[in-house]
Design a protein around this ligand. Structure first.
Ligand code: PLP
Length: 428
């Protein structure tokens, strides 16, 4: 495949945008080469500026669960745009999407919309601190909750790919209130709580981690966290930016029947437009301004185009009760195909999968936390990534990422992908 025009466009972008990209993980720094510049996308496919076509397993890092340019979302945005693009005043649309989200997700009475997953998570932490009147919170190594200062402490994904889990610019004062725990290790969390008695406002977690590859919680881990939180007056925050409206209609709370105190959303909830949200029961949400003292706001929060896209997406998911099962079946099909060819080709690997999130680590040991995720062989991953690209398949340019399966993928696409993995892994 030729990437001549992408290379030219990247060179031009580098002159005026740091690293040529507006979010670091888009660069091919971990794998080498030049990022592909997208011209358009439809369904399961991306089309680049050189005329190449790719089966897309990133799907804008998760949002496009029903495929690119999903017609109801496109139509809703076009219709709304004709009526004005931003008012900074309440609209009926905001209540419609809020009511639908509240009806789909367990244990929430109210939801507030923001513009990104980062905003949702940072606002959730502020709300938890304001509600509990405590300052510290626990996050897990390898979990990513956006790029706000207090989260850039051993964050997964982009932050790890670039070797800056602790970004310069985050003050020591900020970092001291973020306590770092080990994913899937309850004893470690219990010890942190013991050492910081009555000082911890919240535990924030990706209840299925997606930013160190896909890492599901071990049996009993989330239940144990719930209990520790209840026993110690700590709020449990589920960051469902990746998992919300993807793993189940009501997210991980529904999937594992575990109650979080605050839930954060992003990605799917915006249908591909910039939307995040955080939600909780009345008792907690009523602490937010203008009802309560915890301030949070946004000029473009609840923007009509974003809300129209989000509403069309949630309606489509709500009206198709078979969707999550269908997505799971497609992903399980991919998993079993990969297992077959990688075993035949004697590759050292581990596949983690839950619902429509899947990742391949090039290491034979179980991948259960950040440490084990970091053991993956990056040299093999590089060969794999570029091999896939040559076969017309786009996966994330980092071994710490999850693949997001979309309903637009056909079984023909899946078979083609399995065949490509076979061809490439034969050459490792
Ligand atoms: N939380 C999780 C679990 C995420 O995966 C991400 C982004 O990938 C975020 C938060 C931040 O969301 P955003 O990039 O929309 O700010």
């Amino acid at each position: 495949m030729l990437y001549q025009r992408s290379s030219q466009l990247f060179a031009e972008a580098e002159k005026v945008i740091p690293g040529g990209v507006n979010s670091p993980v888009r660069a091919f720094k971990a794998v080498g080469g030049t990022p592909i510049f997208v011209k358009s996308a439809k369904g399961a496919y991306l089309y680049d500026e050189d005329g190449n076509k790719f089966i897309d397993y990133i799907n804008s890092w998760g949002p496009m669960i029903l495929g690119h340019a999903f017609q109801p979302v496109v139509d809703a945005v076009i219709e709304k745009a004709k009526l004005g693009t931003s008012f900074g005043m309440p609209t009926e649309l905001e209540t419609q999407i809020a009511a639908l989200a509240v009806s789909m997700v367990p244990n929430i009475d109210k939801i507030r919309f923001v513009n990104s997953g980062t905003e949702a998570c940072m606002s959730a932490i502020r709300l938890a601190r304001g509600f509990t009147k405590k300052d510290k919170f626990i996050k897990f190594a390898g979990c990513y909750h956006g790029h706000s200062d207090s989260f850039l402490i051993q964050a997964g994904s982009g932050a790890v790919t670039f070797g800056t889990p602790n970004s310069p610019g985050v003050t020591a004062g900020t970092a001291k209130d973020t306590l770092l725990a080990k994913y899937n290790d309850l004893d470690n969390v219990a010890a942190l709580i013991e050492a910081n008695k009555n000082e911890i406002a919240a535990i924030i977690i990706e209840p299925v981690a997606g930013n160190m590859g896909c890492i599901p919680p071990k049996k009993g881990f989330l239940e144990g966290l719930r209990q520790l939180c209840t026993d110690n007056d700590i709020l449990l925050i589920f960051d469902e930016v990746m998992t919300g409206f993807r793993l189940a209609r009501g997210g991980v709370q529904e999937l594992f029947n575990i109650k979080a105190d605050i839930v954060c959303f992003g990605k799917v909830i915006g249908g591909g437009l910039p939307v995040g949200a955080f939600a909780s029961r009345n008792e907690i949400m009523n602490h937010l301004a203008p009802l309560g003292p915890v301030y949070q706001g946004g000029t473009l929060s609840g923007n009509p185009l974003a809300m129209a896209a989000g509403l069309a997406m949630l309606l489509a998911l709500d009206n198709d009760r078979a969707i999550f099962k269908r997505l799971e079946e497609k992903t399980a099909y991919l998993e079993s195909g990969f297992n077959k060819v990688l075993k035949e080709n004697k590759v050292d690997y581990t596949i983690n999968r839950i619902g429509s999130m899947i990742s391949i680590h090039f290491d034979a040991n179980p991948v259960v936390d950040f440490q084990s995720a970091a053991k993956g062989d990056n040299e093999t991953f590089k060969k794999f990534f570029h091999g896939m690209l040559q076969e017309g398949i786009y996966i994330a340019p980092s071994s710490y990422e999850t693949w997001f399966i979309t309903d637009a993928l056909t079984y023909e696409d899946l078979d083609y992908t399995i065949q490509a993995v076979d061809t490439i892994s034969k050459k490792f």
